[in-house]
Design a binder for this molecule. Structure first.
Ligand code: ADP
Ligand code: ADP
Ligand code: MG
Length: 672
């Protein structure tokens, strides 16, 4: 076995490979770009070498720099992970030339399978079933157009060198063909440096089923059963599972037979995946082979109980495949979700930034988490925005799904927007739960899957209030040396005022909603008034972000994290994101509080904290105005009733002295 390997990758897959290497007593060398100098994969490696600046082309794809790092550290072999150079035949060749073992298949297998056209031509000659199509080398427009006509509609144009769901165009009308072809060729050239395309019949509503295969240098090939990766968004996998449901034993036999044939056809060595689509009539067609470890390999590991990275290392070191076909079993059901830093509500725009808070589900015999980041790390725009993969398994699919829902409910991310609410909605969807859905599921259910904003529940208000109390108490302690005496005013958590019941107001914005929390300390504990509701509570045991609220007959638990100007509450599996309003009126505002509620300067209305008809006490916050990047809380100049609100949220107040809210003094009401 190797003594030391270099991992030519980053993120979760680099960490995943290191975990197995560590278990096998193999030393690891990480590589990193300038953007990753303090990344988790660097922290976890025994050694790390800088290979270039942030852009991948100048670092993780720089073959010379990576080989130099291997030489300098004395690594004997290179594991490429997935993505980057994992399917690059020139890299595999360069490793060999440098006397290093490339942990993957032979150069020829990578090259042939790297071209979808060549792969299909070879597969056809071995009797592997293909979608009808054109895979020829002649790329003239006349030949492609004639082929398109013959194949019929709908038609799919694919970049031959493509991957990652890119470079594909669906054609439903031959009149669209020339434009679609030109744009597919353009994308193929830009993304993969090769404009060649292939054409195939577009299969409507297929399922994506793939088979994990393994080959060794003794000519053995085995399969490790199948995965269903039909849950895709724009041809990219989002959720994967093993085994695939609703497959007949004869379909399975066809899949495994074809996959093994495909692997033998290229003398396959190491881990590979043979991808198929299943049409609605049950027909099975080869689409491509990925000559690397797949992102979704953990589901196979969970149902077979094998470590595929360990297998890769063994066969690369010249050992035979650890098990024979009949010794490989598939038991139970496993499911994986990809947690991404992206915003489903904003057309899945990538979200970058620092992970101010990250709580991943606790690992157990049913829950596995593969990640490449920890709290405090950043997701940068340079690389894939995956935060973690969460994998759950159980005896049945339904139980594995339930484990996943629980695991996602325990996942807390602050600092970035993630796709967790989107994943939760998929998991809760009856069609997903029934299984056997096709690759169009996400598109068909688009509206049902985009997270909706629901009003803030009272439980969340209580958590917010308890957190605010704690912060205020800590704030007070920061300014005043802690007083050991019980009964000292600083021991009372709320804003202490002479001759008054201690009370405090906190304001929050959440989407269109403005929340005004009014807290009062009573003899019994605390009273929260919010949205016209009054609730009695007492703060319970609070540890870090975990908050407990004690109510007369319940104990409520959640997490609250304050980061920059936001406060995030996690409760019952949902994240609530608030912007804090600074409700402490500045001395100046108070001094100016004359007989009218007026704008001290031009600005924009951030929040209106009262409604028409509401009674307000002198000094109570009424409206928040943002001017010169500072929030100004305008308070009621006297006890009174709100007669009219003249400016709504978001509206600009153009001049100073403008009356914003009209109040009727209480004194006048009493007189009439
Ligand atoms: P898989 O087929 O292993 O599930 P996907 O098809 O979802 O992977 O991944 C899309 C493509 O993007 C794959 O070809 C994968 O190798 C590539 N990829 C994934 N992560 C990265 C990354 N961090 N950098 C570059 N390419 C990546
Ligand atoms: P990539 O290399 O980008 O992974 P694939 O050929 O594996 O490209 O296709 C990606 C996805 O596109 C498949 O999982 C499937 O959902 C869809 N797809 C591919 N070929 C077809 C086809 N002929 N008909 C319908 N859908 C297809
Ligand atoms: Mg694919």
């Amino acid at each position: 076995m190797f003594q030391k390997i270099l991992i030519a990758n980053r993120g979760e897959i680099a960490c995943r490979i290191m975990a197995t290497a560590r278990r096998m007593g193999i030393s690891t060398v990480a590589i990193y770009s300038s953007a990753d100098a303090n990344a988790l994969h660097v922290r976890e490696a025994d050694e790390a070498r800088w290979v270039g600046p942030a852009p991948s082309a100048q670092s993780y794809l720089d073959i010379a720099a990576i080989l130099e790092a291997a030489k300098a550290t004395g690594a004997e072999a290179i594991h490429p992970g997935y993505g980057f150079l994992s399917e690059n035949a020139a890299f595999a060749e360069a490793c060999k030339a440098a006397g290093l073992v490339f942990i993957g298949p032979g150069v020829e297998a990578i090259r042939v399978m790297g071209s979808k056209s060549e792969a299909k031509t070879l597969m056809a000659s071995h009797g592997v079933p293909l979608v009808p199509g054109y895979y020829g080398a002649d790329q003239s427009e006349a030949v492609l157009t004639a082929a398109a006509r013959e194949i019929g509609l709908p038609l799919l144009i694919k970049a031959s060198a493509g991957g990652g769901g890119r470079g594909m165009r669906i054609v439903r009308d031959l009149a669209e063909f020339p434009a679609a072809l030109a744009s597919a060729q353009r994308e193929a050239r830009n993304a993969f440096g090769d404009p060649a395309v292939l054409l195939e019949r577009y299969v409507e509503n297929p399922r994506h089923i793939e088979v994990q295969v393994f080959g060794d240098s003794f000519g053995n090939v085995v399969h490790l059963f199948e995965r269903d990766c039909s849950l895709q968004r724009r041809h990219q996998k989002v959720i994967e599972e093993a085994p695939a449901v609703h497959l007949t034993e004869s379909q399975r036999a066809t899949l495994f037979g074809a996959a093994i044939k495909a692997a033998h056809a290229v003398n396959y060595l190491g881990a590979g995946t043979v991808e198929f689509i299943l049409d609605r009539a049950g027909g099975i067609y080869f689409i491509e082979m990925n000559t690397r470890l797949q992102v979704e390999h953990p589901v196979t590991e969970r149902v077979t109980g094998q470590d595929l990275v360990a297998w890769q290392l063994r066969v690369a070191a010249g050992e035979p495949i650890p098990l024979s076909q009949s010794e490989i079993r598939c038991q139970g059901h496993a499911i994986e979700v990809r947690v991404y830093a992206e915003d489903p509500a904003q057309n899945f725009q990538p979200s970058t930034g620092r992970l101010e808070h990250l709580a991943l589900p606790a690992e157990s015999s049913h829950v596995r988490v593969d990640t490449g980041v920890a709290a405090g790390d950043s997701v940068t725009p340079f690389y894939d925005a995956m935060i973690a993969k969460i994998i759950t398994d159980a005896d049945t699919r339904a139980d594995a799904l339930q484990q996943m829902q629980r695991a996602l409910a325990q996942t807390e991310i602050v600092g970035l927007t993630s796709n967790i609410p989107y994943l939760q909605r998929i998991l809760a969807h009856p069609e997903f739960q029934a299984g056997g859905f096709d690759t169009h599921f996400v598109e068909d259910q688009r509206d049902a899957l985009i997270p909706v904003v629901t009003p803030t529940p009272p439980e969340v208000c209580l958590l917010l209030a308890t957190h605010a109390l704690r912060e205020t108490a800590q704030g007070l302690r920061r300014y005043h040396a802690p007083s050991p005496e019980a009964g000292s005013p600083w021991e009372r958590l709320l804003g202490f005022r002479l001759n008054e019941d201690p009370k405090h107001s906190f304001g929050f914005l959440r989407g269109e909603e403005t929340l005004l929390l009014e807290l009062r300390q009573t003899a019994a504990g605390h009273e929260l008034t919010c949205g016209g509701q009054q609730m009695q509570f007492a703060p319970g045991l609070c540890e870090g972000p975990r908050i407990e609220v004690i109510q007369p007959s319940t104990r409520l638990r959640g997490s609250v994290i304050a980061a920059a100007r936001e406060t995030h509450v996690f409760w019952a599996g949902t994240q609530y994101r608030f912007t804090r309003l600074n409700l402490l009126p500045t001395g100046e505002d108070e001094a100016e509080a004359g007989d009218k509620l007026v704008a001290p300067m031009p600005g924009a209305v951030m929040a209106v904290l009262v409604e028409v008809g509401a009674k307000v006490a002198r000094g109570a916050p009424v409206l928040v105005l943002e001017a010169m990047k500072i929030e100004h809380t305008l308070v009621a100049p006297f006890d009174g009733t709100v007669l009219e609100i003249r400016y709504g949220v978001g509206e600009q107040v153009l001049s100073e002295g403008e009356e914003l809210v009209k109040l009727l003094p209480l004194a006048e009401i009493e007189q009439t």
